[in-house]
Design a protein around this ligand. Structure first.
Ligand code: XUL
Ligand code: CO
Length: 435
């Protein structure tokens, strides 16, 4: 069955096209900075938002009628959903997808039944991948929806819940390996606390480190060679999440000896929830050598919630792409649209329009960022601020060959420094003028 019969494959038609079902800027074969756009982005569809989210919110039910969710048998729906997902990605020329175990296959009444359901869908997905050439960017386990996880999964005070989480992660890693996924993601929505005074945070963090080591070792044992990714988020659904932001996660990974196997999956809206910009989180992950992927979306600046809008903010995309280009790209990672349609976007074509808008935004961001990186003005301004560290004494400082007494002596010798302008407004205007 065809689920989007009225929609033709989406093609690049250039900026002057008036066809709202075409790409204006995303030209997958266009080479920029030595790679095609397709290779730069490795765009992925998020199974949960695009195929499962009918638009429900805490105040009302879903508004979208999915033609792939009309059976009373959840397994039949799961199979139809898979067909719809691959039809959608094929028509969009989206080369990758990401999924939670429960997006792809319904949870059963037991661990065994859930595993069997997932295995059935993974076998079908493998065939779809072979037929279409579409690949798995990453898999993950949903350790946040089932009520058993209300107090956490790996960090639950009840060990029997930790065991359930372990069983689920084991099966989700197996599914990811079977489907050839490039990464495996941990997002700890319930790994945190809602009340500090009923929670042993030190113990829970130790448990989280232990659990991640077990998951890593199992994946390596069954042949997973990709990256494990932690997706930082400061809150929601928990009041406080342990994976608060990039810096917190980087410190945690080093403390637990996980820094060689794990990288970070940075999500724009999670960055802003943590009080940072998207570019800040990308930069801190990249500086640590741990930028492993991106969940591309955009948060409403007016309320700060995790609204998961499709990314249409060009300025944010430019800043992100400057960091991505400067750090040499995402390697095995990609740009996953962890973004949902608004509740009142109810036409089937809206899913296409939203993804086109996101891909075009990042494509433009890449073109402009590449221009800025090449003309080097912005980068030179930054680098030139540190020219004084080319002086012999400063080089000794960087190598750890000076003491604080030496700094004291040099302060006396050098006298009062001249003020050096940071030139922020100039750099902001250079970026604006490149658009
Ligand atoms: C939630 C979120 C998740 C992760 C995967 O805010 O971003 O969907 O990306 O579990
Ligand atoms: Co996400």
């Amino acid at each position: 069955m065809e689920f989007f019969p009225d929609i033709e494959p989406i093609r690049y038609e250039g900026p002057d096209s008036d066809n709202h079902l075409s790409f204006r800027y995303y030209d997958e074969n266009l080479v920029i900075a030595d790679k095609t756009m397709k290779e730069h982005f490795r765009f992925a569809m998020a199974y949960w938002h695009s195929m499962c989210n009918a638009g429900g919110d805490p105040f009302g039910p879903g508004t979208r009628i999915f033609p792939w969710a009309v059976s009373s048998d959840p397994m039949e729906n799961a199979k139809a959903r898979l067909d719809a997902a691959f039809e959608f990605m094929t028509k969009m020329s989206i080369p990758f997808y990401c999924f939670h175990d429960r997006d792809m296959a319904p949870e059963g009444n037991s661990v065994k039944e859930s595993e069997k359901n997932l295995k059935t869908l993974v076998d079908l997905a493998l065939r779809k991948q072979a037929d279409t050439g579409i690949k798995l960017l990453w898999g993950t386990a949903n350790l946040f929806s089932n009520p058993r996880y209300m107090n956490g999964a790996a960090t639950n005070p009840d060990f029997s819940v930790v065991c359930q989480a372990g069983a689920q992660v084991k099966a989700a890693i197996e599914a990811t390996v079977a489907l050839g996924g490039d990464s495996y993601v941990f997002w700890g929505g319930r790994e945190g606390y809602s009340y500090l005074f009923n929670t042993n945070t030190a113990k829970e963090l130790e448990h989280m480190g232990r659990f991640l080591k077990m998951a890593r070792d199992y994946g390596r044992k069954i042949g997973f060679t990709g990256n494990y990714l932690i997706e930082p988020k400061p809150m929601e659904p928990s009041l406080h999440q342990y994976d608060f932001d990039a810096s917190t996660v980087i410190g945690f990974l080093h403390k637990h000896g996980l820094e060689k196997d794990f990288k970070l999956n940075i999500e724009s809206n999670h960055a802003t929830l943590a009080g940072h910009s998207f570019a800040h989180e990308l930069r801190f992950a990249a500086d640590a050598g741990m930028l492993g992927g991106i969940d591309a979306n955009y948060g409403e600046p007016m309320n700060g919630w995790d609204t998961d809008n499709f990314p249409t903010n060009l300025y944010e995309a430019i800043e992100a792409m400057i960091v991505v280009l400067e750090s040499g790209g995402l390697g095995k990672g990609g740009f996953n649209f962890d973004a949902k349609l608004r509740r009142n976007s109810t036409d089937l074509e809206d899913l296409f329009i939203a993804h086109i808008a996101g891909m075009d935004t990042f494509a433009r961001g890449l073109i402009i960022a590449d221009k800025l990186v090449n003309e080097k003005r912005v980068i030179d301004f930054r680098d030139n601020r540190y020219l004084s560290f080319h002086e012999p004494d400063a080089m000794k400082f960087e190598k750890g060959e000076l003491t604080i007494e030496d700094l004291h002596a040099l302060a006396l010798e050098k006298g009062e420094p001249e003020l050096q302008s940071g030139k922020q407004e100039l750099i902001e205007s250079i970026i604006n003028n490149a658009i």
